[in-house]
Design a protein around this ligand. Structure first.
Ligand code: SAM
Ligand code: FES
Length: 360
């Protein structure tokens, strides 16, 4: 199988059959070889820098009912909250002082945040923090809405495609949602000029190596600036409460493959990875990841944005998380960078990079 890893490194592409064979046939030795190659590529482009993104989970209301997600609308025991413009700005101020130059606004699909309200929030962050990148992760919206928020000053958008395969997608979501629509949103975002991020859960119920092969082919075609992957972790109040979590082993393997397929991609070692293993994020970095996304949400609401059980860092102040991650990264020979941390994959980009001006 080593020859497939060599081929991937040399050409950045594999056929569907090769992806499936590689994922199905992986071994611990092969994984070590892959990680070593992935680190070499990562060091070539990004050195030993790890970029940080301040995650602001601004609403846990959601109109959707994804079978895996703890904030799905049918979860009546979730304590719901919303942050207003002022509270979001407050998180950004704290984050800025801690060295964050990217803010990620993530939330459930909450109708209360109309285009007007959302644009207002984006504009005020843009005004107060001209040298920072604004990333949105608000789920599926209309193309007009994406355009409006881009015009208001957002630079990046994260929307995991979750799984490319339509039949697999159907088993994870209710009828009202479709793989095709989600993918169309990603093409729209890219066309508008966002630095776009996609991704998928590893080990979601019913997932096969063939499904993962389809995910890799789709990501190759989309050629995004960011790819967020993390293990599926069950939440006790969802239909998937009894399903097994995705494994550390497979998540790391997929991270390594993504780094070789898209050498310049921004690849987070996610909170979910840190949740299934105490050193999951460190291992993620050593498999090729180059981003971590500590939480900037106010401590009062942290424990309410629970997509899955046993989520880490729900009681920690942003400053503690920041310090903790710094220590963790240093322990493996990496350092946190105070910068926007834009992707080097700028081929398809318009405004955002040239407009990134540092303050006097
Ligand atoms: N509403 C936005 C969206 O749809 O993209 C952003 C919030 S959504 C909760 C963010 C991501 O959380 C999803 O894309 C999904 O991959 C992940 N997620 C949800 N439930 C999860 C679970 N049980 N385990 C792991 N990841 C989960
Ligand atoms: Fe949050 Fe370690 S990253 S406490």
């Amino acid at each position: 199988m080593k020859h497939l890893i060599d081929k991937l490194e040399q050409t950045g592409a594999l056929s569907r059959e090769e992806w499936t064979a590689l994922i199905r046939g992986r071994t611990p030795e092969l994984a070590e070889y892959l990680f070593e190659r992935a680190r070499t590529v990562r060091h070539k482009y990004y050195g030993h820098d790890v970029y940080i993104r301040g995650l602001i989970e601004f609403t846990n209301y959601c109109k959707n009912d994804c079978y895996y997600c703890g904030i799905r609308k049918s979860n009546r025991s979730a304590r719901r909250y919303r942050l207003d413009n002022e509270a979001v700005l407050d998180c950004c101020h704290k984050g800025y002082g801690l060295g964050f130059r990217t803010f990620v606004l993530q939330g459930g699909e909450d109708g209360r945040y109309t285009d007007e309200i959302m644009a207002d929030i984006v504009q005020s962050i843009r005004q107060h923090f001209p040298d920072c990148a604004i990333t949105l992760s608000l789920g599926e919206r209309s193309r007009e809405s994406y355009q409006l928020l881009f015009d208001a000053g957002a630079d990046r958008y994260l929307l995991r495609h979750e799984t490319f395969d339509a039949a697999h997608y159907r088993r994870l979501h209710p009828q009202s949602l479709s793989a095709a629509h989600r993918q169309q949103c990603l093409w729209d975002l890219k066309e508008i000029g966002y630095q776009t991020g996609t991704g998928f859960m590893v080990g979601s119920p019913f997932q096969t190596p063939e499904n993962l092969a389809s995910d890799m082919l789709f990501i190759k075609e989309l050629d995004p600036q960011m790819v967020g992957i993390g293990p599926f972790i069950p939440h006790h109040e969802t239909p998937f409460a009894e399903y097994a979590a995705g494994t550390l082993e497979l998540t790391l393997f997929m991270l390594g493959l993504l780094r070789l397929m898209l050498p310049k991609v921004l690849l987070p070692a996610t909170t979910a990875l840190g949740t299934i293993a105490p050193d999951g994020r460190e291992k993620g970095i050593l498999a090729g990841a180059n981003v971590v996304m500590p939480n900037l949400s106010p401590v009062e609401v942290r424990g309410d944005y629970l997509l899955y059980d046993n989520k880490i860092c729900t009681g920690d102040e942003a400053a503690e998380c920041r310090k903790c991650l710094e220590r963790r990264m240093e322990s493996i020979g990496y350092q946190i960078a105070v910068s926007r941390g834009d992707s080097l994959n700028t081929a398809a980009l318009s405004r955002s990079l040239s407009a990134a001006v540092a303050p006097e």
